[in-house]
Design a protein around this ligand. Structure first.
Ligand code: F0G
Length: 481
């Protein structure tokens, strides 16, 4: 809950207390350089023991509540027909108002099932914006992606409250040009991940879904980042100021033909699921669950995680729970803006997104500005973010680079994990890095996988810039870590 201090400053007060903690390790800067080299200058390959603040993602690392842990002890282990599954299914029915639920081990597993079932070779999936795994599954099934996020969605600085909105005129044009029969489905992603965790308004979703439905096109909702999006619908969309989170969620559940989610994000557990009110669609997908995930009453999830998820989903309807990430993202964004550091505005959900395109404008885009910034930030402060730029793209069919529209360093804020002093530390080290940004050099691949290269690709610095950065750190900070 944001509260005002006497100075007038607004502080994101934690509406919880920590009763189980994990110790952290902050390596000296020289060892941070060594660790980044060993990790092939890819923050995905760092060992967590070398990381101080793990801001790579919120996926599977959100703090769980005591009620979630307690529920885990009360699980019913069974291959088929476990009570745990029915408890989860009931929670989902109650929260989304949908009749059918297919469990899966995580979000991309849902995407695998959905894309194998509904994407035919040559078809297009229209969406506000892609997520890496979603696009990979669509392409793997012979499909194409058409992104129609609003123009402002790709502008770094904006005052628009819903930058994840679809451009409705473009949607109409795309349907007319491509033709409904060649469109696999319309996909709307809540809390649009790759453009900075930016929300989509209910008004926009209603309009887009109506157009698609009128044209006979299937509508699919990626609800992985729903809790942040719910917060923004309630806070920024007038109609919903006095509506409960439950009412908003119920409307969303009913709006789409199919919704799916990563329970590593939504519900603060580990798993995933597909929900629908349409029995015909449920029956089309059902066979793939036992094939890829496991029997229909666990879908690759452990019973303990399913129990935690049932409780976590209910807790996602508690305003004090879901506001924690957005108000912390806003606090970090504000600190960075005060230091003139280029960040995505308005602050969204998921994390703070630093604009590497201008932070590292002295580097050619082909030397991976966001990837270089991610490594420089780890050297400067021991925190690891995630590159969300050109490294996260795949090459064009002819082997040429496909440069990303945005070069971002995402500093994720897993729900209820970090404290305000840790946030202030991140802002301080990033400010130092910004003042010394000319010391950041580029990266080049030494090993480049064909699919999702950002996960385990290895890179090297184009010069000895990491050492120079570390020397400057020592000079400025003396003995401090
Ligand atoms: N959709 C969205 C919008 C996501 O953000 C993610 C995962 C997925 C689908 C896939 O879910 O990881 O459970 O398989 N996002 C994570 C992230 C990985 O770090 O942003 P998953």
């Amino acid at each position: 809950m944001p509260v005002k201090f006497r100075s007038g400053e607004s502080i994101p007060l934690e509406m919880h207390k920590a009763r189980m903690v994990q110790s952290l390790n902050l390596l000296p800067v020289e060892e941070r350089v060594k660790a980044s080299q060993e990790a092939g200058n890819n923050t995905f390959l760092l060992k967590n023991r070398d990381v101080f603040l793990d801001m790579l993602t919120d996926s599977g690392v959100n703090a769980m509540s005591q009620a979630q842990y307690a529920a885990m002890m009360n699980a019913d282990d069974s291959y088929a027909g476990s009570e745990t599954f029915y408890r989860l299914e009931n929670a989902i029915k109650e929260i989304f108002g949908t009749a059918f639920f297919l469990p899966a081990h995580q979000g991309r597993a849902c995407e695998n099932i959905i894309c194998q079932t509904f994407v035919k070779p040559g078809q297009t999936v229209i969406m506000n914006y892609h997520f890496t795994t979603t696009k990979a599954h669509i392409i793997r099934n012979g499909g194409k992606v058409s992104e129609i996020v609003s123009k402002e969605g790709l502008e770094v600085i904006s005052g628009l409250p819903f930058k994840g909105n679809l451009d409705i005129e473009r949607l109409r044009r795309e349907i007319e040009t491509i033709g409904s029969a060649n469109i696999a489905f319309l996909r709307i992603e809540a809390g649009t991940n790759l453009i900075g965790g930016q929300p989509v308004s209910m008004a926009n979703m209603r309009e887009a879904v109506k157009i698609a439905k009128d044209a006979g096109i299937l509508t699919i909702f990626d609800a992985s980042l729903l809790s942040d999006n719910l917060y923004f619908i309630k806070m920024r969309e007038k109609e919903f100021l006095n509506k409960s989170l439950k009412e908003i969620t119920l409307e969303l559940g009913k709006l789409f033909d199919i919704s799916y989610f990563s329970a590593r994000k939504l519900g603060c557990a580990r798993g995933g699921g597909i929900i629908t009110n349409r029995e015909d669609l449920y029956n089309e997908m059902i066979g793939l669950v036992p094939l890829y995930e496991g029997f229909l009453t666990y879908g690759g999830m452990s019973v303990r995680e399913m129990e935690a998820l049932a409780v976590g989903l209910r807790e996602s309807l508690d305003f004090h729970v879901i506001e924690q990430t957005p108000i912390f993202v806003e606090a970090l964004t504000k600190e960075l803006l005060a230091a003139n550091i280029p960040v995505i505005t308005p602050a969204g959900g998921l994390g703070c997104h630093v604009n590497a395109m201008s932070f590292c404008e002295h580097l050619p885009q082909g030397q991976y500005r966001a990837g270089a910034l991610a490594i420089a930030a780890f050297i400067a402060g021991g925190f690891r973010g995630m590159e969300r730029g050109s490294i996260s793209e795949e090459r064009n069919a002819d082997g040429s680079e496909r440069f990303a529209e945005m070069e971002l360093l995402r500093l994720a804020l897993p729900k209820r994990v970090f404290t305000l002093s840790q946030i202030k530390y991140v802002a301080d080290r990033l400010t130092w890095l910004y003042e010394n940004r000319n010391l950041i050099g580029g990266l080049r691949f030494t090993f480049e996988p064909k699919i999702l290269r950002f996960f385990f690709g290895r890179l090297e610095p184009v010069s000895d810039w990491p050492q120079k950065l570390s020397e400057k750190f020592r000079k400025d900070f003396g003995d401090s870590l």
